[in-house]
Design a protein around this ligand. Structure first.
Ligand SMILES: C[S@@+](CC[C@H](N)C(=O)[O-])C[C@H]1O[C@@H](n2cnc3c(N)ncnc32)[C@H](O)[C@@H]1O
Length: 227
């Protein structure tokens, strides 16, 4: 049991939280996360960096015909969100305590994720830390690999420099994804972009937000070498 964000209440993550070490054995990128859920045939949506689980719990409540996997590397947030999903008695939410980048690149099998949610990923503003940002050339390729044929990834940030980084990666990987406008999920409140904990906190401070959706292209031929 741990006590932190919960202000003294004990977390119970049983049946909702999965430690990375407890994932089924997989050889290479062969783990099928759909099989972690009781209703394994439902569409799968993954949020990487799910924080307190606000988006997951809200959206899973109104979208019971899909499964939601939150991947969070902070132990405190992971435990808080898993306990929150349990308290809400959601049968379509699980939390994984893992590095989302490693999960997408090295563990997850191809073609199984219908929607990937990236909401307010850490901006790592210093140039020497840019390599720690979630979106990189290799993650763009890994995201394309794990998405279903018509799957998509939603990106929302309040950070102007990270937004420029996203646009740059989306443009350089235009052979993999179509850029489309982001539409707020059904669980967002009126006037919200997505309605995560982070958005609600910083909207009060007057911050503005950027958002887009990248839809997986069915064919991914490399652009012709211009040289
Ligand atoms: C700024 S918070 C946003 C949380 C939530 N998405 C929201 O909008 O309220 C970023 C979260 O991503 C988590 N995180 C950052 N990099 C991660 C990674 N590679 N894998 C899993 N979680 C990550 C952090 O621990 C943190 O909880």
């Amino acid at each position: 049991m741990s006590f932190g964000l919960s202000r003294g209440r004990a977390y119970d993550t049983s049946e909702y939280g999965i430690e990375a070490d407890d994932l089924p054995e997989s050889d290479g990128a062969s783990l099928d996360p759909r099989r972690l859920f009781a209703a394994a045939d439902q569409p799968l949506e993954i949020e990487i960096g799910s924080g307190k689980g606000t988006f997951l719990v809200q959206q899973a409540t109104i979208q019971s015909n899909a499964n939601f996997l939150g991947i969070e590397w902070s132990r405190e947030f992971y435990r808080y969100a898993a306990d929150r999903a349990r308290r809400n008695q959601l049968t379509n939410v699980l939390l994984l305590h893992d590095n989302g980048s490693e999960f997408i690149r090295f563990k997850c099998i191809a073609g199984v994720v219908d929607v990937l949610h990236l909401y307010f990923t850490d901006p790592w503003p210093k140039k020497r830390h840019h390599k720690r940002r979630f979106v990189q050339d290799d993650t763009m390729q890994a995201i394309h690999r794990v998405l279903t044929t018509e799957g998509c990834v939603h990106l929302v940030t309040d950070h102007d420099d990270l937004w420029a980084w996203y646009l740059d990666h989306a443009n350089r990987h235009a052979h993999l994804f179509d850029q489309q406008p982001f539409r707020p999920p059904g669980s967002a409140d009126s006037g919200e972009v997505v309605g995560t904990n982070f958005e609600r906190k910083y909207r009060r401070e007057g911050r503005h937000f950027h958002a887009m959706t990248l839809v997986r292209k069915p064919f991914c031929e490399e652009p012709a070498d211009a040289s």
